[in-house]
Design a protein around this ligand. Structure first.
Ligand code: PMT
Length: 398
């Protein structure tokens, strides 16, 4: 997706890590313009950001006589997305208090773009009620926050205050960008399941599938960035936790069933993107099964169909399922739409070159009762997540 991203950098050691986030945003196709505070320049040279973005870096409001007021307003207006990373306690305090006394705070004040803030500071400062109050006020005004994370800080303290990982900042920022102008999900509860399940055979072996969790994580992250209260029930994946979601990590289909049934009770929207095992070994061997000269048979039994059971007790909830097919995509998807009592089914191909498993892109057809199939062009899973949420939000019943 193309667009203009204004990237603010304030003074902290995490300014060095911010260079990675800038580089990732550039790779996403964004035209990035960095604004640095004077103290940020003590940690990283403006030349670094200039080189990464191929754009001039702004530090001083008065560097072009007569131009300063035009420049901060023009960047603010051109921005499709505004990211501040790292954001110091000083920046948060000034912005929350409405103080605009340098290029960054004036530009933030003037923008209408979504603003994503990644705070970074010493744990003591972060825990200070003044800082917490400023964060709460900014959140109430619609400013979005990523992190901070807990861990060892540059000052040697251990605790909350470390800037969120660049991947998390960029992921959330891209959701904020894609979610712009789309229906808000504030006040809505969304349950998403994602990833594979693992059905154990013995202490060292299990049956699983090729799901990476990317599709479900993209939906969960997108819903959180649009203000929903999200529960993500996830099988084992290697993905970072999406910002703003309550994560319930599970392993087996049975554990996923239990976690989904609990979270479904007050959900407005349920999206079942997980590749849940249809069968599990009928018995579990507590000892590692020894190999013999003979072939071996493992008897499998059916697992419970989570989304079908949720479909039976649907009530006012909107339920979206996926159909992962190698053959007869639309016929099979239509039959699952009806038999599982879903509002939408997202039909995608698995296996072969176009497989939805593990890829960053997906090409799907949406099926809904009484409507013509809607084929969407291939797009990143992150963008598709917002398309799916738009359709689900349009049929919320309560
Ligand atoms: O995770 P990725 O690598 O990003 O890949 C994404 C994906 C291919 C896993 C995803 O796009 C997808 O298609 N998810 C559904 C996979 C699947 O199990 O499809 P299915 O056609 O077998 O099942 C139909 C629906 O029933 C699905 O919503 C599934 O979650 C649900 N189901 C299936 C079996 C079961 N026991 N319980 C269920 O709830």
């Amino acid at each position: 997706m193309n667009g203009v991203c204004v990237f603010g950098v304030t003074g902290g050691i995490a300014a060095a890590k911010a260079t990675l986030a800038v580089s990732m945003l550039v790779k996403q196709g964004l035209d990035v313009h960095a604004i640095m505070t004077e103290s940020a320049c003590e940690f990283v040279s403006p030349l670094t950001f200039r080189t990464l973005t191929a754009n001039p870096v702004t530090v001083d409001m008065f560097e072009e006589p007569g131009q300063w007021n035009v420049k901060h307003v023009s960047l603010a207006q051109r921005a499709d997305l505004f990211v501040i990373a790292p954001a110091t306690a000083n920046f948060l305090g000034k912005t929350a208090a409405g103080i605009a006394d340098d290029m960054l705070t004036t530009t933030v004040m003037a923008t209408r773009a979504p603003v994503v803030i990644a705070p970074a500071m010493n744990s003591g400062m972060y825990g200070n009620p003044i800082v917490q109050r400023n964060i709460a006020s900014l959140k109430a005004l619609g400013y979005m926050f990523v992190g901070p994370e807990s861990g060892r800080l540059a000052c040697g303290d251990v605790g909350p205050g470390r800037m969120a990982a660049p991947e998390r900042i960029v992921d959330f920022a891209m959701h904020a960008l894609h979610g712009r102008g789309r229906p808000s999900l504030a006040g809505r509860r969304v349950l998403v399941n994602a990833g594979p399940t693992r059905e154990p055979i013995d202490p060292v072996r299990y049956i699983t599938n090729r799901s990476s969790g990317k599709m479900g994580y993209a939906i969960a992250g997108a819903a959180a960035a649009r203000g929903a209260q999200v529960t993500l029930v996830s099988g084992p994946t290697n993905l970072p936790e999406p910002e703003g979601c309550a994560l319930a990590s599970v392993e087996t289909a049975d554990e996923m069933y239990q976690a989904c049934m609990t979270a479904a009770s007050d959900a407005d929207i349920i999206i079942a993107a997980a590749a849940v095992a249809d069968y599990r070994p009928a018995s579990y061997s507590c000892s590692k099964i020894k190999k013999t000269a003979d072939d071996m048979c493992i008897r499998l039994e059916r697992t419970r169909d989570i989304v079908a059971e949720l479909g039976q007790i649907k009530g006012a909830r909107v339920i979206v399922g996926f159909a992962a097919e190698t053959d007869d995509l639309l016929v099979n998807a239509q039959s699952k739409l009806v038999s599982k009592n879903l509002d939408i089914i997202v039909a995608n191909v698995v296996g072969g070159e176009r497989s939805a498993f593990g890829s960053d892109e997906n090409s799907v057809t949406l099926l809904r009762p009484g409507l013509e199939p809607e084929a969407l062009p291939a797009m990143p899973k992150l963008a598709l997540a917002h398309e799916i949420l738009d359709r689900a939000a349009s049929i919320i019943r309560k």
